[in-house]
Design a protein around this ligand. Sequence first.
Ligand code: SF4
Length: 324
Amino acid sequence: MNETFPRPKVLVSRCLGFAACRYDGQILNNSLIEQLQPHVEMIPVCPETDCGLGIPRAPIRLCQAGEGFVVYQPATGREVTAQLQATIDSILTSHPQIDGAILKSKSPSCGLFDTKIYQGIDKPQFLKKGGGLFGEQVLLTFAGRSIEDEMRLTNFSLREHFLIKLYTLARFRHLSEHPEMGPLVAFHASHKLLFLAYNQSRFRLAGKIVANHGRLPAVEVFRLYREELLRILDAPLRIPGVINTLYHAFGWISEHLESVEKEYVINSIEEYRDERLPLQAVTRLIEAHSIRFGNQYLQQQVFLRPYPRALAGLSDSGRGREVH
Ligand code: SF4
């Protein structure tokens, strides 16, 4: 079993545990970010303080203005859109290689989906929820990367998906530094069960790209493969896809098992289906059998260990599996 993991690059809102830079001079501790820190390269940014708004500062508001937005500070009557945008531009161009981001929910700058947007500078009524000035541009600039806010990451399914995607993209980024067909074929093979669990038909399309019947240059194959990879990882794992993949993995070891052992594995998979057992418990069981029988194929499957085991203890209670 391969224990080597890449170190993903993650853009993170600085107020989430790195500095007391909120408008009120507060810092927010976040246990997920604390657990992640030894395993990822964090890039903390704070568009509001980096653009010179100061700490503490009067709160700002995101207001609709035609097709775009203005950022307004009601207490001072100042529009700060231009200075904030200049800092955002600088952040976005300084970190093109990120694998993901964890941003602060609801912030007029960092929010991704739930920032309050007001009707206008002179119309302080609530209009809708959407992305903050920075968050929206992070989603656009880094489309397909593993991007979430700290609130959504309290949902188990989203957190699991975030971690799997983050580490898969980081592995592929490393591979892309020296695009060669051999390592790409090995990457595809070791991710087979994971990608089957995510999206069977997309996995097969990715396989056709790797087969490279058109004899395209490796750089072009990597470009096409990356596009398909982002499609495969577009949505979180769904239980039916995971169940099929668990039975597929089971097929690799079942012939070696006593009937009572087979029954134990099958019962475990079914308990996962019924949300009575975490996925990690079932994959550990299959992994243990794969080690016992020296099954190299299963031991090389990322599906059994998609990210460092130290991150697997993030309270997989089984609750919050489905994304609503
Ligand atoms: S939400 Fe973003 S802009 Fe606001 S304090 Fe945190 S890092 Fe800074």
